[in-house]
Every structure is written in structure tokens, then in C-alpha cells.
Design a protein around this ligand. Structure first.
Ligand SMILES: Nc1ncnc2c1ncn2[C@@H]1O[C@H](COP(=O)(O)OP(=O)(O)O)[C@@H](O)[C@H]1O
Ligand SMILES: [Mg+2]
Length: 273
């Protein structure tokens, strides 16, 4: 289903037109690290601050879609149709329960798209082309990536201006980061010379454990400039919110999890100045 990263080395450099908006790819090849949680809650926090966001659910598991209260099987147009060129972003985007947050939904068909894409022309840059026009008023695009470095994620990295890397405080975190930074270099030299590291975000941080602090200190030592100051705590309200179809900022606006995602929105706005 997914494709190994190696073929990327064989790509010819392509000069691509500049992306006019900041596009944040929330990426990590590992599942369960908080990509979807970050995509939804950062999107909601930015929208709340008055910055309209378009969230693109690029994962066939469609967790961003269902986590925002939409039924993936009812979506008429999805990111699949966007990648195959059957519709525009404006046609696929739907409003969510959060004012200022629009979503391009996903559905399970997208798993097949990865295979179809393999035989299509310009297979790595289809999302980038589609995102050249975004709905009016949108200030920022967030892409929720699947947990692999296959063609779908490559489409996200080709379209993105920045990679936001959620990382769990666990023993193999640094291994995963090494792989992602290698991917960053490959994509920059072959596909998207403008791709920057938007930041490493430590998620599900449990301040009571020594391991959490050890991993945080390791990441701080190895990637001092890229580690974001905001720590996302392990917070039960964050994990409950998707089953209510809401971001945590709406589900429990005053909880620690909501505050952390608002702080992240502020930090990323500051960094982009
Ligand atoms: N800060 C957090 N505190 C508690 N649970 C979290 C937190 N972040 C994520 N989770 C939970 O962990 C699981 C995996 O998160 P998810 O965002 O879906 O990861 P990914 O998209 O990387 O696979 C989900 O059940 C989610 O609700
Ligand atoms: Mg996910």
C-alpha cells in the first residue's frame, strides 16, 4: 500500500510555482503520536484566534473528518477527488462546527488512491497543484498526514511550506526524528526546495515520568532550534473530544489540553513573524 522512500532519490528536480499560503504538513511516519489531534486542535485554535484555516484530511483512516463530527462515508467530494483532479478545493471543502475552520474530508477510498496515484503523471505534486487555489479568506492550510512516508505523505510534503512533527516522549523518538529529517532533506533537494521544519512538538507529555523528561532533554540537545516550547500534556479531555465530534477547544475550552493547543497556535504565529 505504501511506497518506500527510496524512489524519491530518483526524482528529477522540478521547479514548482510558489505556494501563496503557509501550508503546514503534520507529519510523522509513526501512528498514534498525535498528528490528527494536533491537526484538529491547532486548526481550531488558529481559527479561534481569527485566522481561517483549511484542514485537509489526507489519511484514509479519516480520523480528522470523524473527529470533527463529519461522517466520512457521507462525504460527496473528498481529498481523493482532489488528487484525481475531479474537483477543486473550494468544491471539496465543507464547513465544520468551528467557525473559521473548513475541512476537505477523507474516506477509506483514499487507500486505493495511493495505488492509482502511482501510475499517474506528476504523482507527487497533485495536491500542491490543487492547493494553488484555496477558498477565499483562508489564511493557512493544515494537512493531516497518514502514518507512513508513501505517496500521500509525499504529496503533502511537496505542497507544504513547513513540516510540523508531533513526537511522543518515548524511547525511540530520536530514531523517528532522524528518519524524518532525512526525508526533509530528500524532499528539499528533489521536490520542494522551500520546505522548512516548522517545529518538533512533544505530545502526550506526562510530567510525572522520568522517561518524558529524559526524551524531552535529548530532543532539546539534538534539535535545539526546532523543538517547540509548547508541550502538549497527556490530557483525558483531549482524547474524549473526537468522540463528541469537537476539538478540545470547544469540548472543554478551559481544560489544560485546550490551553496547550492555544499556546501552540500563539507560538507558531510568533515563529512565522
Ligand atoms: N495529549 C493527549 N492526551 C491524551 N490523549 C491523546 C493526546 N494526544 C493524542 N491522544 C490520543 O492518542 C491517540 C492517537 O492520537 P492521534 O492524534 O490519532 O495520532 P496519529 O494521528 O498520529 O495516529 C488518540 O486516541 C488520541 O485521542
Ligand atoms: Mg492520524
Amino acid at each position: 500500500m505504501t511506497q518506500d522512500i527510496a524512489p524519491l532519490e530518483q526524482l528529477t528536480p522540478q521547479m514548482l510555482g510558489p505556494t501563496s499560503l503557509p501550508v503546514l504538513a503534520v507529519v510523522n511516519q509513526k501512528g498514534g503520536v498525535g498528528k490528527t489531534t494536533t491537526a484538529i486542535n491547532l486548526g481550531a485554535a488558529l481559527a479561534e484566534l481569527g485566522h481561517p484555516v483549511l484542514l485537509v484530511d489526507l489519511d484514509p483512516q479519516a480520523n480528522s473528518t470523524s473527529g470533527l463530527g463529519l461522517n466520512p462515508s457521507r462525504a460527496r467530494l473528498t481529498v481523493y477527488h482532489l488528487l484525481t483532479g475531479e474537483c477543486t478545493v473550494a468544491e471539496a471543502a465543507v464547513p465544520t462546527g468551528v467557525p473559521g475552520l473548513q475541512l476537505v474530508p477523507s474516506q477509506i477510498d483514499l487507500a486505493g488512491a495511493e495505488i492509482e496515484l502511482a501510475s499517474m503523471s506528476e504523482r507527487e505534486t497533485r495536491l500542491r497543484k490543487a492547493l494553488a487555489t484555496t477558498p477565499e479568506g483562508v489564511e493557512l492550510v493544515i494537512i493531516d498526514c497518514p502514518p507512513s512516508l508513501g505517496l500521500l505523505t509525499l504529496n503533502a510534503l511537496a505542497a507544504a511550506t513547513q513540516m510540523l512533527i508531533p513526537t511522543q516522549c518515548e524511547y525511540f523518538a530520536l530514531e523517528g526524528l532522524r528518519h524524518l529529517f532525512y526525508t526533509h532533506q530528500l524532499v528539499r533537494s528533489n521536490l520542494n526546495p522551500k520546505l522548512e521544519i516548522g517545529g518538533i512538538l512533544m505530545t502526550q507529555f506526562d510530567a510525572r515520568t522520568t522517561l518524558a523528561w529524559d526524551v524531552l532533554n535529548e530532543v532539546r540537545r539534538s534539535h535545539p532550534a526546532d523543538l517547540l516550547k509548547t508541550l502538549i500534556p497527556r490530557n483525558v479531555r483531549i482524547s474524549e473530544a473526537p468522540s463528541h465530534g469537537q476539538p478540545v477547544t470547544q469540548y472543554d475550552p478551559t481544560c489544560r489540553g485546550a490551553a496547550a493547543y492555544r499556546e501552540l497556535a500563539h507560538e507558531l504565529m510568533e515563529r512565522s513573524r
